[in-house]
Each structure stands twice: as C-alpha cells, then as structure tokens.
Design a protein around this ligand. Structure first.
Ligand SMILES: C[S@@+](CC[C@H](N)C(=O)[O-])C[C@H]1O[C@@H](n2cnc3c(N)ncnc32)[C@H](O)[C@@H]1O
Length: 263
C-alpha cells in the first residue's frame, strides 16, 4: 500500500475506539519522557504524534510553550477539549511527522514523542524532520516499544490478520542500532531499556478493553468476517494468558527510552 494511502487510513484508525483511555495506562511513560526533557520553563516544546496530549499537558504545566502535532483529527479534538478543561494553553495541530509543514527549521528546544513517531511509515523522512525542527543543542526524548517485548508480540499477533504487511516495521524504532542509523549523525544519543508493567484480570479482559479502545485493534476486528474475528479474539486472548502470573496477567511492556542532543 502506498505511504499516502496508508497514512490516510491511519489518520482514521487511531481515532477509532477511545485512545485516551489507553493513554491513561501510559502515564508512567509520559512522565519519564517529560522528565527527560525538564526543566522546561520558557522552552519551545513540540510533542510529535501527541495523541490526546498527555505529554503536551505535562510540558505546558512545567512552563513550556507547547505545540502538539498528530495525524488523527479525532485525537487532536480530544486533546483540545482536555486542554480547555484543564485551563492549559497548547497549540494543537493536525499534521504528519514525515512532513511538518509550517514548522520552521530549528523551531524547538525540546521535542518528545511517545509511541508516536515510530508509526510514521517513512522512517527516514520522520527522522529527518526531527533533526530539522530541533535547534542545535536542543533535546529529544522518544519512547518506542521494544521489538522483543510484549507489545512487539502483540503487534506480531495482529499481523497475520492484516490485509497486507506494513511498508516498514514500526518496532525497529525500539532497536538501538536501527535508531543510531536514523538519528546518530544528527543527535548525540543515549538509550535506556525500561518497562511499563500493566496488569489484567485475564487474557479475555485484555481483549475486551483493547478491542473496544485501541484504534488499530478496533479497526482490524471490524474489518474481518465473524469467523476470522473470532480467531483474532482467540489469538489475543491466548497471548494474554501466556503472560499469566498466578491470579493475574502481567503485561511487562518493554520499551526503549531514547534521549538525544542535537549536534
Ligand atoms: C500509540 S499512539 C500514542 C499517542 C501519544 N503520543 C501517547 O503516548 O499517548 C500513536 C499516535 O501516533 C500518531 N501518528 C501515527 N502516524 C503519524 C504520523 N505520520 N504523523 C503524526 N502522528 C502520527 C497517531 O495518530 C497516534 O495518535
């Protein structure tokens, strides 16, 4: 599938379900990413692929002047509503991490992205934009799911049910060597492997939540006929049960925290 068509679909897919309820379970990661870039008083901060704006809110509360950009209009609307409710001033825009139209070179002191930039299919273009909009001496913090962690397994479980393989593998953004290849020339990089454990009552509970809240799974399940949808449900439920520890399921969720300073 051509990149532009894929991104058009992704802009709708991420808005399906209720991503903000999924984001609530990423609070520890949002804090880790924001802390990696603090202090922020007076800094110009971009949260790229910001979703419903939870990192943007942390940055704004720390005194930064914040722009949040995301491909999915529905998520930008939720982010705007959240900011209004919280009395925060954040400049939210619908946009593409691969082509940050209207953003000047070196416009930001800090750029963050949690499980965001990794989903842009043209990884070289997205990495190039990250370098373009971060000022010399400015900093980035990115959280990306590790390919060999539980979320990597979750995405691979969905894979056989997809109509076609994606043109690039988002999980490569969780691989240190790959990220060095994308950003090593433009940023001085550091890497830290972390986990964000999440507990479920059962594999079935994990399916019930993710298949109604997490846009990519909601969209995939809706696209299948009843028999295939039941197989997907069985595969995801089974994956959850493989993570059982006694009376609960523990999803370890390994990720790579990448920090960098623009050369
Ligand atoms: C897993 S969500 C993470 C959202 C948010 N960063 C968070 O941690 O709560 C992935 C986000 O990446 C966005 N996204 C995917 N491809 C994108 C692109 N090419 N440009 C900008 N945003 C993109 C999606 O719309 C979605 O909001």
């Amino acid at each position: 599938m051509a990149h532009e068509e894929l991104k058009r679909r992704q802009s709708v897919m991420w808005g399906a379900g209720s991503f903000d309820e999924v984001a609530e379970f990423l609070g520890d990661v949002h804090e880790a990413v924001a802390e990696a870039l603090l202090p922020a008083d007076g800094e110009r901060w971009l949260d790229l692929a910001c979703g419903t704006g939870r990192i943007a809110e942390l940055a704004a509360r720390a005194g930064a002047t914040v722009v949040g950009i995301d491909l999915a209009p529905a998520l930008i609307e939720t982010a705007q509503a959240r900011a209004r409710e919280r009395g925060l001033e954040i400049d939210y825009r619908v946009g593409d991490a691969e082509r940050l139209d209207g953003v000047e070179d070196a416009a930001f002191d800090s750029v963050s992205s949690s499980f965001g930039i990794m989903f842009a299919p043209d990884q070289v273009a997205a990495a190039g934009q990250l370098a373009r909009v971060t000022r010399s001496g400015g900093r980035i913090a990115l959280a990306n799911w590790a390919p060999d962690g539980s979320i990597g397994t979750f995405f691979r479980t969905m894979g056989p049910f997809q109509p076609a393989p994606p043109p690039s593998n988002p999980l490569l953004w969780g691989d240190e060597e790959h990220v060095r290849g994308l950003l090593g020339e433009t940023f001085e990089l550091s890497f830290e492997r972390r986990t964000s454990p999440l507990e479920w009552e059962s594999g079935a509970a994990m399916w019930d939540f993710m298949s109604t809240k997490f846009g990519p799974l909601v969209t995939l399940a809706r696209s299948l006929d009843a028999a295939r949808a039941a197989e997907l449900r069985g595969a995801v439920t089974g994956l959850g049960e493989q993570m059982r520890m006694g009376d609960k399921v523990v999803d370890v969720r390994d990720y790579l925290l990448i920090t960098g300073t623009r050369r």
